[in-house]
Design a protein around this ligand. Structure first.
Ligand code: LLP
Length: 441
């Protein structure tokens, strides 16, 4: 007897180049110049700077920020999560559009200040801040420190007392809510390292309020990243609203709520998070609470605005594997989170040829250095260029120089103009700060 055949659903077809571009208004295929980001042919950038190279669209950043601000108008202020893309030019564009910043290290604080973001628009999050970082934040006079543990509260209290300054803090609460995203980017479960356990938050808030140099102003939440449904937000917001009521009932002042980031984008053909729907969830949970709201989005603002351009070095296995000159050292997301990034040929001719499955890999000596498996793409030949889309968030910031690969250059496009905003790192830079001690001679 034969076992009945298992009904295995075929994998979903990869979206066509036309479908990918239709969902991304900042990208277009020019009949002669090929793939364009805003008004600039990406081939022109690759010709000038070589590949791999990053390109970001300033107009796209502005439009996305304005769209989010529009949805949140009169409801919540936007504090851009600098970690997603900390380039000074990106920070400058977003700051000019009215965004504040959410920073998680002394380095990000320094970058935000350097880009001209007012200290009064900066909040400092993070699960492990050093004494030096807290001192720097206090010296700069930033708006608020989001505290993630009792130990950190004591540390800030001691430093504030030493400086004789009152510090505004929010307690980051871990609501124990499943964000329904990749396990490596979920932050709001009790088992995650982030935040103060929900049941301990009220007592710690009261303790903070009793300390002479601390002023607890509210709560902070961040449940994870690349969240495309509202249910986890609604659950977390409901938990926060209950806590606010409990704190107020105990006579404590709660005037601010930092609702975190996490808004997802459509990498493949899934719809991204909707700012209007997100605003609706905020309004439903907190609209009647007389509380100042802020949000900390990173990916939603910058992800779609950036691409990574790469060239095909060679193909092997009868064209079933294409080796690119970009690697996990530039874009680590596929290796680290099994992330799916769209790949589009820069050539207008290639983009219309019949598709066949190809593995896109980088040259680094790791099997994980694979951008895509069995991706349905037009035939790729040595010298062809491709763009990896939606690489503006957690792309260049997560780069490494593994295999002694210098950091790739960055171009910033603004409409029809573009400029190099970081050159390719020179090979000598890789060892510029290294030395070989005399005793080895
Ligand atoms: N606020 C806090 C406290 C955060 O930890 C994060 C991100 C954000 C805001 C911004 O989240 P977003 O809006 O960008 O989702 N490297 C991963 C993502 C890590 C996110 C870490 N925290 C990735 O490439 O998917």
């Amino acid at each position: 007897m034969h076992a009945p055949a298992l009904a295995v659903a075929p994998p979903p077809a990869d979206p066509s180049v036309a479908a990918l571009l239709a969902a991304r208004p900042h990208l277009s295929m020019h009949a002669h110049d090929g793939l364009m980001l805003e008004g600039v042919a990406l081939n022109a950038i690759a010709d000038a700077l070589g590949t791999p190279v990053w390109a970001y669209g300033a107009g796209t950043l502005r439009r996305r920020l304005a769209a989010l601000q529009g949805a949140l108008a009169g409801l919540a202020g936007v504090h851009y999560a600098v970690k997603a893309n900390d380039h000074l030019a990106v920070l400058r564009v977003l700051a000019a559009g009215g965004a504040g910043a959410d920073v998680v290290s002394g380095g990000e604080l320094a970058r935000a200040l350097r880009a001209g973001i007012a200290p009064s628009r900066i909040v400092f999050s993070g699960v492990g801040k050093t004494t030096e970082e807290i001192r720097a934040a206090l010296a700069a006079g930033i708006a608020q420190i989001n505290v993630e543990s009792a130990a950190e509260l004591d540390m800030i209290s001691a430093l504030a007392a030493e400086l004789g300054r009152t510090v505004l803090v929010a307690l980051r609460v871990n609501p124990d809510v499943d964000a329904g995203t990749h396990a490596k980017i979920t932050t709001g479960l009790a088992e995650n390292k982030f935040g103060i356990p929900y049941d301990e938050a009220a007592a710690l808030y009261a303790r903070a309020a009793a300390l002479p140099f601390l002023r607890p102003v509210g709560l902070a939440l961040h449940i994870g990243s690349q969240i495309v449904t509202l249910a986890p937000y609604r659950a977390a917001f409901a938990r926060a609203a209950t806590l606010v009521r409990d704190l107020r009932a105990a006579g404590l002042v709660v005037s601010r709520l930092d609702c975190g980031g996490g808004l997802g984008i459509g990498y493949r053909d899934e719809p991204g998070a909707s700012p209007d729907a997100f605003a609706g969830a905020l309004r439903a949970a907190f609209g009647a609470m007389d509380v100042e709201l802020m949000v900390e989005p990173g990916r939603w603002l910058v992800g779609p605005a950036g691409v990574l351009l790469a060239s095909v070095l060679l193909t092997k296995a009868d064209g079933r594997i294409a080796v690119l000159d970009a690697a996990m050292t530039e874009l680590v997301r596929p290796a680290m989170y099994e992330a799916w990034h769209a790949v589009v040929p820069l050539s207008p001719v290639r983009a219309t040829e019949p598709v066949a499955p190809v593995d896109l890999v980088g040259p680094v000596c790791e099997t994980a250095d694979t951008f895509a498996r069995a991706r349905m793409l037009p035939p790729l030949r040595a010298g062809d260029r491709v763009a990896l889309l939606d690489a503006g968030a957690y792309g260049a910031v997560m780069s490494s120089t593994y295999n002694a690969r210098p950091l790739a250059p960055i171009a910033l496009i603004d409409g029809a103009r573009w400029a190099t905003v970081r050159p390719r790192q020179a090979i000598e830079e890789l060892w510029r700060q290294e030395s070989v001690p005399d005793f080895l001679d």
